[in-house]
Design a protein around this ligand. Structure first.
Ligand SMILES: Cc1ncc(COP(=O)(O)O)c(C=O)c1O
Length: 378
């Protein structure tokens, strides 16, 4: 085993081989770099993979969340969401001139707690924004039951959950709108990118306009002889859209990564099982759990302990990086005005530490991480 000083293990690292490089080279040589046939193919394949009727590609999950909330129409209302998330989840609510209302999390999974959602509902609530923390699906049956009873729309932030499933159904096929991220650290990475999966054709058509500055015909259709109208240059802009579309270079990477996702997620599960086994005997360390009725995408491996900074420093000194997901959003300056009682979030976030987990992490590196944690005196 190499000495500690030679080790340098990051928390996340994207996985690729020659196939991504070939796919990008092919698009570059094709002369069509923008949103075009590869994007359409990626949307089709992604929808098939998650068993959703429709998928609309965008350039990030932040954009996906912004537009998903926009087609639901939450302006002026409240959206219930967790505080323990990446800040984009809640920014998307503010982009829509709506108010984030934070609900607390379940101690076991760190996912939004349906009981607190019920407590936080008001006559102004329009939607529930669910985050699948670490790729472990939230309790969607309970959340959908609440939404149905109060006529609310459920939107899933599945940035961590590509390849996860709940009660045998893929994440992406369950709620009216599900948003995915293809940021470099995600299970399916394209550099940057996002996808909205959905069932409603009208919403999909509007999302396609909104992602392309409001224009009602995409450039590929107009330019590639696919436009059967008399004037291919003619289009209309009916509402203010955004520059949120993606491009075929990203989509080509996405197609390769999608095909490989079952294997890379299986490798993530294997590494998580090694951690579970290797760390299960440490009484001072709480390990993540996966409920029997879900398949987690195992986006990250978050352990819990008191004085986590000491373990983080110990691991850093041994060449092992760690992360912390996340600072609860109501603690950020601009979100302080939305603070509300969140006892579980307040207690648990201070104990979270994210260990390295990515498909390219070797068995030897996992063993080294486990051994280094064993050598730490809590
Ligand atoms: C839970 C969550 N939501 C949203 C996002 C935003 O994704 P993106 O970087 O694709 O905009 C991220 C990560 O970056 C995330 O972790």
């Amino acid at each position: 085993m190499p000495s500690d000083t030679m080790r340098s293990i990051p928390v996340f690292r994207p996985y690729h081989d020659e196939a991504e490089i070939q796919a990008v080279a092919e698009v570059i040589r094709s002369g069509w770099w923008g949103q075009g046939p590869k994007t359409a193919e990626f949307e089709r394949r992604f929808a098939e993979f998650v068993q959703a009727p429709l998928a609309v590609a965008v350039n990030s999950a932040t954009a996906a969340l912004h537009l998903a909330l926009k087609v639901v129409g939450v302006e002026g209302g409240e959206v219930i969401s967790p505080a323990l998330t990446f800040v984009s989840t809640n920014h998307a609510i503010l982009y829509n001139n709506a108010t984030p209302v934070f609900a607390d999390i379940e101690p076991e999974t760190l996912n939004i707690d349906p009981e607190d959602i019920a407590r936080k509902m008001t006559p102004r609530t329009r939607a529930i924004l669910v985050v699948h923390y670490g790729g472990h699906p939230a309790d969607l049956d309970a959340i959908h039951a609440l939404a149905k009873a109060h006529n609310l729309t459920v939107i899933e932030d599945a940035a961590h959950a590509a390849g996860a499933s709940y009660h045998g159904k893929p994440i992406g096929s369950i709620s009216p709108l599900t948003c995915f991220s293809f940021h470099p650290v995600k299970n399916l990475a394209t550099g940057d990118g996002g996808m909205i999966t959905l069932q409603n054709e009208d919403w999909a058509a509007r999302l396609r306009r909104l992602r392309w500055v409001g224009i009602n015909k995409d450039t590929w259709v107009r330019s590639a002889g696919k436009d059967t109208s008399q004037y291919s240059w003619q289009y209309d802009v009916e509402e203010l859209g955004y520059k949120y579309h993606t491009n075929d270079i990203n989509a080509a990477i996405g197609l390769v990564q999608l095909e490989r996702l079952p294997q890379t997620n299986a490798r993530r599960r294997q590494i998580a099982a090694m951690y579970d086994e290797g760390l299960g005997d440490l009484p001072w360390l709480q390990l993540p759990v996966v409920r029997d009725d879900v398949v987690s995408a195992r986006h990250n491996y978050v352990v819990r302990l008191d004085e986590r900074e000491r373990l983080a420093a110990w691991l850093r000194d041994h060449g092992i990086a760690t992360g912390m997901h996340y600072i609860p959003n109501h603690l950020y300056t601009m979100y302080r005005r939305y603070a509300t009682p969140l006892p579980v979030t307040e207690r648990e976030w201070k104990r979270l530490l994210t260990l390295p987990l990515f498909p390219g992490l070797t068995d030897d590196e996992v063993a080294y991480i486990i051994e280094t944690i064993h050598n730490y005196h809590a």
